[in-house]
Design a binder for this molecule. Sequence first.
Ligand code: H2U
Ligand code: ZN
Length: 349
Amino acid sequence: MKLSDINSEPHRRYNILTNEWVLVSPHRTKRPWQGKVEAAFVDSGISYDPNCYLCPGNTRAGGHQNETYEHTYVFTNDFASLKPDVEVDGVFEEGLLKSAVEKGLCRVICFSPNHKLTLPLMDAQDIERVVRVWQREYLEMGALDYINYVQIFENKGDTMGCSNPHPHGQIWASRFIPDEPAKEHQTQTAYFEKHGRSLLADYLRQELETKERVVVENEHFVALVPFWAVWPYELIVISRAHLQHLGQFDESQIAAYADILKRLTIRYDNLFTTSFPYSAGIHQAPTDGKDNSGWHFHMHFYPPLLRSASVKKFMVGYEMLGNPQRDFTAEYSAGVLRDLSEVHYLHAS
Ligand code: H2U
Ligand code: ZN
């Protein structure tokens, strides 16, 4: 069967990275979406907020004072989920109850001193600085003997539980490999062992044959709606080269990564003329010193919005109990994102 035939019927799609399925029900979108536009997000105009715990020079909860930083700023999370100074030989097992003490590090990264900016509104050069910080942190934290995995992520927007509009992200680095990258480790490693090639390199090659789901591309990266996308406007950014981690990026790859981040987040903001919320994060090789040749650097963007700046998708009911489900297809979403401008609506005349 052809995809166009499958796409008129309820069907399942397979996620090659997690070994999971998504139910797609395109027949439920009888009416084409009318592209409801909300009142445009208004720029707060405040580039420094004396009450913001991330603005330069301000005092954070717990009494630490931020440096008067000019570009990026990294500090240890004052409410860290993982701590470095714990004994990890604490294992609890009683019948079917099992638990283990874990250690790690949590850091917060301010992307810019300017309170009102976000990645799509930052200069490409300043996004490059953020990428360099991610690279440095990955290498530094990963080099610690008790850190086996470094999770870099950004929660953006209050709908995603983000506590502060000041542009920032987080890093949680741990001794254990968390479940999501652990699933991807298993699938990528198995594929690499069987074929001697990267799973995502082969997937990217196939996607580039039709470009049906491709949204933005440049010399070193491609951003596309994955075939198995769950979230309405989910994206995956994949490096063209089979790189395992940020530590291998050269100058031109850093610049290209910043470029694709800027371009895709501008499209996101333009979609519903709002500061588009999402959880995004980098998946890359664990830092456990083992053979991670199968790993292929990529970044996921999971945005919650469905139809407008205020109507979001809920992962509830069948999705919590059965499988994730979506109505309009990944191909439809890719087309919508592809047709958007790369000039931010706040900068459009
Ligand atoms: P969110 O953007 O996802 O809300 O994360 C902000 C992080 O900043 C959060 O993990 C930390 C919180 O623990 N934080 C500090 O480290 N110091 C503060 O003064 C406030 C918030
Ligand atoms: Zn601020």
